[in-house]
Design a protein around this ligand. Structure first.
Ligand code: SF4
Length: 216
């Protein structure tokens, strides 16, 4: 795989018009089914958020860090008192059903309660770009065009207005750049920390943190 810096240069060079062409050719309209905000058949909903997105959501909701985000489970092991160890990303917090904490359903109709402040991963679902070091949400791609990959979603294949495709394309490019900058930041800020039994540490681009978002 190319270095993260090379992939970041490629992300910065992505042409929004080309990405919009690709999105238009795949087609997409959100059906508000809520599938991308709810838990899968076994696993709780897991959507990656950047540290500053957690703070933006805190500001928008007045929530504590812990109520917005949780350590991603990847990399943690199951200890006698629950998960423990080191992980490298934050995920949106989930409710008791495993759905995103900001998802609400009324009479079968789902809604995001932080829609205007939702993270880039949500604003760009179900698309990703074909660059190493960027995230590929919800498993393998089911369709692709140019540099754009599409992941499982019932809204795929529907006509999308050019203006919406361009807006999505711009957010997709921004997300790819941010993901690579975060990955480089995590790599550069990483300092090994000896974890205590039962302790979870999240290494993000700002250094090691405890699950409440404070520096460790
Ligand atoms: S923040 Fe909003 S769009 Fe994102 S997963 Fe939660 S409810 Fe869905």
């Amino acid at each position: 795989m190319d270095s993260l810096e090379t992939e970041l240069d490629r992300a910065r060079d992505l042409d929004v018009g080309d990405l919009a062409d690709a999105i238009e050719s795949i087609g997409f309209e959100c059906t508000r089914c809520g599938a991308c905000c709810k838990s899968g058949s076994e696993d709780p909903h897991t959507a990656t958020v950047f540290p500053d997105e957690v703070r933006d959501l805190q500001a928008a909701t007045d929530y504590d860090w812990r109520d917005v985000a949780r350590p991603t489970p990847y990399g943690l092991t199951e200890g006698p008192d629950g998960p423990e160890g080191e992980t490298f990303e934050w995920a949106l917090e989930t409710d008791a059903c495993g759905d995103c904490t900001f998802y609400e359903e009324t009479e079968g109709e789902g809604r995001c309660t932080v829609h205007d402040d939702r993270p880039l991963i949500c604003a760009t679902y179900p698309f990703s770009v074909a660059l190493g070091g960027t995230s590929q949400p919800m498993g393998e791609a089911v369709d692709e065009a140019g540099m754009v990959r599409a992941h499982e979603c019932e809204g795929l294949g529907r006509d999308i207005p050019r203006e919406d495709a361009e807006e999505l394309a711009a957010a997709l490019k921004e997300r790819a750049i941010r993901e690579l900058e975060e990955a480089i930041g995590v790599r550069d800020a990483y300092t090994p920390v000896e974890t205590e039994p039962g302790e979870v540490i999240v290494h993000d681009s700002e250094g090691p943190k405890t699950p409440d978002g404070r520096p460790r």
